[in-house]
Design a protein around this ligand. Sequence first.
Ligand code: 13P
Ligand code: SF4
Length: 340
Amino acid sequence: MRPHPAPMTASSMNPLPRDESSPGLQARLARVMPELEFRVHQPLIEAINRLKKERDAVILAHNYQTPEIFHGVADVVGDSLRLAREAAQTDATRIVVCGVNFMAETAKLLNPDKTVLIPDAEAGCSLAESITPDDVQRLRAAYPDAPVVAYVNTSAEVKALSDVCCTSANAVQIVESLGVPRVIMIPDVFLARNVAAATAVEIIAHDGRCIVHEQFKARDIRELREADPGLAILAHPECPPDVLQEADFSGSTEAMARWVDQHKPSRVVLLTECSMSDNVAVQHPEVDFQRPCNLCPYMKRITLPKILQCLESEREVVTIPVHTAQRARQAIERMLQLSA
Ligand code: 13P
Ligand code: SF4
């Protein structure tokens, strides 16, 4: 698969014409970005799009990236599963991941011979940081018969000690595909409880949390609903279970975007990261996107100047020790097979 000239975008969010003129892009972004702000981004967008062609680089951007990245420079956009799948397909020489470290590591695991770059190596994730390899060993020792299902939001070291990975898009499917009565599911306690509610498989959880999604409270969502019964409420499965119970739909970031595509609600709130609403709003001028939402400080470390610098200086290069990579890759590849 080549990144140029055709965009590789395959998410439910529309493919972007990468040769789109600046006035065209500015008009599309007008709903979420004042013209003055666009003028600041414009030279950087043009420089990045020029340089990535010269360097044979493809830019993968998660749905939480800001609109100027998501709509301005990304070749592929989507949720964690989409980015992993597309990373496995690309034949570009360089892969720039606009997302957080675990996403860049996943791209590297699936492309050991390519240069994988992340514009800011400090782009972490509270879930990935909540669990260590020792924690996994302890859980394994306590439940020796239970396979370990690692959410992709984990380090390569933790994946290397796991049997299979999952994302928010396929967690229930992966857990059920193992055909066992009990699994260890790490590290997100809320995702684990939400999966447990959807399956008969017993789930042993770790106490990790996403700092973005744990902030949503069921009481606040009930008040939103009472104030506006016609409001569609969509929640990410990293939210607490009582929040999901108040929602009309729960799914991965890409599944939420698809729900909006299909249902075209007049008013909607996406209980997730704020840029997600902005990015979907660009495609749905007829839909009123309401708040609350929360910002992910890790995702927001990625900016246009850092992407340009990353392409210019080839930094930061993602590296994973060979032994860790071999075992972590197996967990990722098993997930891709089971959820094909
Ligand atoms: P998705 O896989 O649903 O995009 O979620 C990734 C993530 O980090 C959510 O906080
Ligand atoms: Fe991690 Fe939460 Fe940020 Fe997603 S939103 S990257 S889970 S901290």
